[in-house]
Design a protein around this ligand. Structure first.
Ligand SMILES: [Zn+2]
Length: 381
């Protein structure tokens, strides 16, 4: 990959910020609309009796075994939901992304990604659903404890295999082929005193013009991936601060922390589903909590719980991101490069650097870029 020449006196582009603000406002409205449509779909499916009629039709088609019934019901519901949400997804993920010049995706690639995502959600959704419904039939009072334990274990397993089995369905990871950067990263790693995850580049440019870097995997599949959209447009100093930020996530065990929080939230979500089922089974005339036609009640409980706890999960994430930024400052001692990298990210990704407080509190998994830029530029040189 060849790098372009770099402007070291990079500033926030006011015109890009104006567009970024408009894009952020639209994005928030669109998110609200998507939430409203999803809630209306699930409520309508429940209250109209459509869920019960779907189950009756599947029973009528001879699917008497609960395993076959649950599998067929979940498959049809997942496909139906994906199709119903597809127009909004196309608008926000394809049309708008192109409108703002952030997408390089062809319609064909977008459709292929959607089809693969749906196939994955069918495989994982039906597998997890079969286990949860078996638990619901077998332990109607304590299923939510075993269910959340099972889902937590499944998330750990998924965390291990995702970088090697799932990510390659969409992207290609290539070991970083850059002697200078590899040497710098090795020096960084020596300062942390750890066996450090491998560094790769990832072909984000097939889909987007936006830059990103990520830390992924658990145990032996841990790795740092630098988007080619970042690698080709940032100076080695700047990339070093970003790699150091990702190393911070590794050193602070942030993926394990995230899994622990997710597990706690899962217990809460499934307990609320348990309460919804206890209330709703009689109200809507279902056969019992293990009746698959009562699934909309579970979806409503889990959706409501996730929505209410979203600020908490985001606050936790922003805290870990701040720690990773501080780790990067300490490890590289180069606040100016960190500030430049964050400024480039804002300009390139059309990111609003100073979103409204309430939006940060509700929706932001990372601190606003203005804060991250200030952290770098105010650090003692
Ligand atoms: Zn991070």
């Amino acid at each position: 990959m060849s790098r372009e020449s770099f402007d070291l006196d990079i500033r926030i582009d006011p015109e890009r910020q104006r567009v970024a603000k408009q894009r952020a406002r639209e994005g928030r409205r669109l998110m609200l609309l998507e939430l409203g449509v999803a809630a209306a779909l699930v409520l309508g499916f429940l209250a109209s009796g459509a869920s019960r009629r779907l189950k009756a039709a599947l029973l009528g088609a001879g699917l008497a075994s609960p395993w076959l019934l649950v599998g067929a019901y979940l498959g049809l519901v997942l496909v139906g939901y994906a199709l119903a949400m597809a127009p909004l997804g196309w608008w926000s993920g394809y049309v708008r992304a192109h409108h703002y010049g952030l997408s390089t995706q062809t319609l064909r690639l977008w459709l292929a990604d959607e089809a693969k995502s749906l196939a994955l959600s069918l495989v994982f959704g039906i597998a997890a659903g079969e286990v949860i419904y078996w638990l619901l039939r077998t332990y109607p009072d304590t299923w939510w404890i075993w269910g959340s334990t099972f889902l937590a274990a499944a998330s750990v397993l998924l965390g291990f295999v995702a970088p090697v089995l799932i990510l390659p369905l969409f992207n290609t990871l290539t070991p970083l082929d850059d002697e200078e950067l590899v040497a710098r990263i090795r020096r960084l790693a020596e300062r942390t005193g750890r066996r450090v995850a491998g560094v790769y580049t990832i072909d984000l440019s097939a889909r987007t013009t936006a830059a990103n870097a990520m830390f992924m995997g658990l145990g032996r599949t841990q790795r740092i991936a630098l988007g080619d959209t970042l690698y080709s447009q940032y100076t080695p100093d700047e990339i070093e601060t970003i790699v150091a930020h990702e190393l911070g996530h590794q050193v602070h065990h942030d993926l394990y922390q995230g899994l622990a929080l997710q597990t706690a939230l899962l217990v809460g979500a499934l307990y609320l589903a348990h309460l919804f089922l206890r209330w709703g089974v009689a109200r809507f005339g279902f056969a019992g909590p293990g009746d698959v036609a009562a699934l909309p009640l579970v979806a409503l409980a889990v959706g409501l719980f996730s929505l209410v706890t979203m600020p908490l999960a985001n606050a936790h994430s922003r805290w870990r991101e701040r720690l990773a930024d501080r780790f990067s400052l300490q490890a590289t001692g180069n606040g100016a490069a960190l500030a430049r990298a964050m400024t480039r990210l804002a300009n390139q990704n059309l990111s609003e650097i100073d979103p409204p407080r309430w939006a940060v509190w509700l929706l932001y998994s990372h601190p606003p870029l203005a804060e991250r830029i200030a952290l770098g530029s105010e650090a003692p040189a």
